[in-house]
Design a protein around this ligand. Structure first.
Ligand code: F0G
Length: 491
């Protein structure tokens, strides 16, 4: 049987392959995937089964590339729908690996999956009203529905698959909490390797810390912040030959591309106008840009949605560099001097990131340059939102949807800001990515809602949060039926 493919020049071609697309098994995929240096000026290429943190030649980030014209790419995204009927097979059940033809770096035998990516796109009229959109135009993509409760599982399944391909017995990451929870669940549930996770002291919400502990990972609470932990884990992995699972690892981002495929799938393959995502270490936004660029290149979508990356105002490196200092991708040669001077000043002034959205409390985003590329591909914008705006948006997501953790709500707060600025118009279709589950950080939620001034001040005071206009406070009631009924009847 023949297979309809598209090669990079967008012309459909017929390949003589004796299988149909949906029956295709990635037997020799690794032959057609490679690692390449992000910097076009370097352009070094490496085999897919090499373990590299960065380009050995120039120290730049690595990217995964594919020889698409030698791989069976679907003629249309609709071809993926045929896989739904075979959900009893683990690779078809996975919301990451059912799209494996768009991240074909592994043989099927090596793929490690725990059923990640079963996430949904919810049309959220109430939240749409809050943002200022026509209610039917607002969508929330709940990545908190992943097994470890955040979007990190989309990427971790890919990193762990690569670790399995190269026979790694130990894996490590630095984390603000969700990456560590994700690595830990893959280690515990597959027993393929041991996990070591580095977290900053006092910088991680209890929900996330409890996951790493419960899943049995070796957990190092470093006396420093996330950026310190990131630096140390790189040192340790290099010295001890431990497999590094941070989003520095380009395979992670291959898995994270699939959020885009699932959004398109839920919209029956129609492209939305905007995708709005919180920005921390900038892995997710980078992956989204790569996914959309590839889909366009392969002729699988006809236009690219615009991307908005939202920083917390207390951790706004990308906002400052991109919106205020004009840093751009610049054909793969961003102004390194500008970046270096920015970080030098940050150190001199001892400025450290500080936000209630602890997941994105990051000074030096590792995937900065890849995010610049994504912004270029998607005609993107960057905005910053205050912790007050984040928590108000979070309360609205809870009241009008499934809820989320603080960092996730930056996307909704950012969409509202862009709507107020007129950058997004009411008639445009907007997808806000909710990156983490509501139960990851109950402290922030309870402090916002509970009518307890001392708790409010203790948990939120340092972050400039002054009021809780959308608080839904618990009602203290006497243990008497009449008093209880009185409250219930007023509901
Ligand atoms: N939202 C949540 C809930 C996160 O945990 C993170 C990152 C982000 C957004 C930002 O995503 O880094 O791809 O820009 N958390 C990382 C961690 C840093 O260690 O769990 P990003």
């Amino acid at each position: 049987m023949q297979l309809t493919c598209r090669c990079l020049n967008h012309r459909p071609v017929r390949l003589c392959v004796a299988v149909r697309f949906q029956e295709f098994r990635i037997i020799s995929a690794t032959q057609f995937a490679y690692q390449s240096c992000l910097a076009p000026a370097c352009g070094a290429r490496y085999e897919v089964d090499e373990v590299l943190a960065v380009c050995p030649k120039c120290g730049e980030l690595l990217d995964i590339g594919y020889e698409w014209d030698r791989l069976p790419v679907p003629g249309s995204l609709r071809e993926f729908e045929e896989r739904w009927s075979r959900r009893y097979e683990p690779l078809e059940f996975s919301g990451v690996w059912r799209f494996r033809n768009l991240l074909p770096f592994a043989t099927e035998q090596k793929i490690v999956t725990i059923g990640e990516g079963q996430t949904i796109l919810q049309q959220a009229p109430a939240v749409g009203k809050y943002i200022g959109l026509e209610p039917r135009n607002a969508f929330l993509q709940y990545e908190g529905l992943n097994p470890s409760g955040s979007f990190k599982d989309n990427g971790m399944t890919a990193a762990v698959t690569h670790a399995h391909m190269v026979g790694a017995r130990h894996a490590a990451c630095a984390s603000t909490g969700n990456t560590s929870a994700s690595l830990a669940i893959y280690a515990s549930s597959t027993q393929l390797f041991k996990a070591v996770v580095f977290v900053g002291s006092g910088k991680i919400s209890f929900g996330k810390l409890s996951q790493a502990l419960d899943y049995g990972s070796r957990t190092l609470q470093l006396l420093g912040d996330f950026d310190d932990a990131m630096q140390q884990v790189r040192n340790v992995c290099a010295q001890e030959k431990i497999y590094l699972c941070n989003s520095l690892n380009p395979f992670r981002l291959e898995g994270q591309k699939t959020t885009i495929y699932r959004i398109l799938e839920a919209l029956r393959w129609e492209v939305p106008d905007w995708i709005v995502v919180p920005g921390g270490n900038l892995g997710n936004s980078s992956a989204f840009g790569k996914a959309l660029g590839e889909l366009k290149q392969l002729g699988l979508i006809d236009r690219i949605p615009r991307l908005a990356i939202i920083n917390a105002a207390g951790a706004n490196t990308l906002y400052q560099l991109y919106e205020q200092q004009g840093l751009r991708w610049n054909g793969g040669a961003p102004d390194q001097g500008l970046i270096d001077r920015f970080y030098q000043r940050m150190d001199e002034e001892q400025r450290r990131a500080s936000t209630i959205a602890s997941a994105i409390q990051i000074n030096r985003p590792v995937s900065l340059k890849k995010a610049l590329r994504a912004l270029e591909i998607c005609d993107g914008v960057v905005r910053q939102v205050s912790d007050q705006q984040i928590l108000d948006a979070k309360a609205q997501v809870g009241a009008g949807g499934f809820g989320c953790e603080p960092a996730s709500a930056a996307s909704v707060a950012g969409a509202k800001l862009l709507r107020e600025e007129g950058v997004i118009s009411a008639g445009e279709r907007v997808v806000c990515i909710l990156t983490g589950h509501q139960l990851k950080d109950p402290n922030a939620t309870v402090a916002y809602h509970a009518d307890d001034a001392e708790q409010f001040q203790r948990v939120l005071g340092d972050y400039g949060v002054q009021s809780a206009p959308y608080a839904n406070s618990p009602v203290v009631v006497a243990n008497e039926l009449e008093a209880i009924l009185d409250v219930v009847r007023k509901t």
